[in-house]
Design a protein around this ligand. Structure first.
Ligand SMILES: C[S@@+](CC[C@H](N)C(=O)[O-])C[C@H]1O[C@@H](n2cnc3c(N)ncnc32)[C@H](O)[C@@H]1O
Length: 230
């Protein structure tokens, strides 16, 4: 079992993670769109990584869902709260506390769909590796990533958070790194040094999607959803 390093406040509580990301992004529209692109069951869906399991809220009840994440707090929240409070009923739900690169763990029959949401910017520069391995074990891959926008163009839904992010983006680098470490995107797994090199604009992210073979691309807020099918 891998032991993650120190995690920021955001990654210490599934409740807080959902509360903040819902104010930043259009999570419901995003995951509803992904669920529609997954389609109706019966289908085997692998969510890499599953985070707080938000996608499950929108999936068709006949889906067999498998989620993988190293964050034990998020997985615990899914089991103890998310499934019960949201009354989520799927044909099968399996959760693994595993590294998403640990593919030998879920080898076997190919998955109908692998969802890879909001993770490529965390695992940079290994994002190509993850996509390439996923291509070998899936009939369809759906990815979703945010692109970098200028501070004043951030389309965060919550006005206060919008101002906080605007100010944050103007902090000196060393100070921003500290804020990231304690409060923001420090997932305790991937280093700031590598994560901070992910810097795709609206156009260059689209180009990256195409380069990786994702030819159907949809724009939602400051994010792109892309689809790969062989
Ligand atoms: C930004 S969240 C995205 C979660 C979810 N896919 C979503 O869209 O809400 C990133 C998640 O990736 C997980 N993570 C990062 N690197 C990982 C790795 N190598 N193996 C497993 N989980 C990882 C973190 O624990 C965190 O829950």
């Amino acid at each position: 079992m891998e032991i993650p390093r120190f995690r920021s406040l955001l990654y210490r509580s599934g409740w807080l993670y959902n509360a903040i990301t819902r104010r930043l992004y259009n999570q419901d529209t995003k995951f509803l769109t992904i669920a529609l692109l997954v389609g109706k069951g019966p289908k085997r869906v692998l969510d890499l990584p599953c985070g707080t399991g938000y996608l499950m809220r929108f999936l068709h009840p006949m889906i067999e869902y498998e989620g993988v994440d190293l964050n034990h707090r998020f997985l615990k929240r899914i089991k103890n709260k998310e499934l019960k409070l949201r009354n989520i009923i799927l044909k099968k739900i399996i959760l693994h506390q595993k590294n998403i690169f640990d593919f030998k763990y879920y080898q076997g029959e190919k998955k109908d769909v692998i969802v890879i949401s909001d993770i490529l910017h965390h695992i940079y520069p290994k994002h190509f590796d993850l996509i390439n391995i996923a291509k070998n074990i899936a009939h369809k891959i759906i990815i979703c990533e945010p692109y970098t926008v200028k501070p004043k163009e951030i389309s965060a839904r919550d006005k206060i958070l919008k101002v906080v992010i605007y100010l944050g983006k103007h902090l000196p680098k060393t100070l921003f790194k500290m804020v990231d470490f304690f409060f923001l995107d420090n997932d305790g797994i991937n280093s700031y040094q590598k994560r901070s090199q992910w810097n795709y604009s609206k156009q260059s992210l689209k180009d990256l999607y195409k380069k990786m073979g994702f030819n159907k691309i949809y724009n939602i807020s400051d994010e792109y959803i892309g689809i790969w099918e062989p």
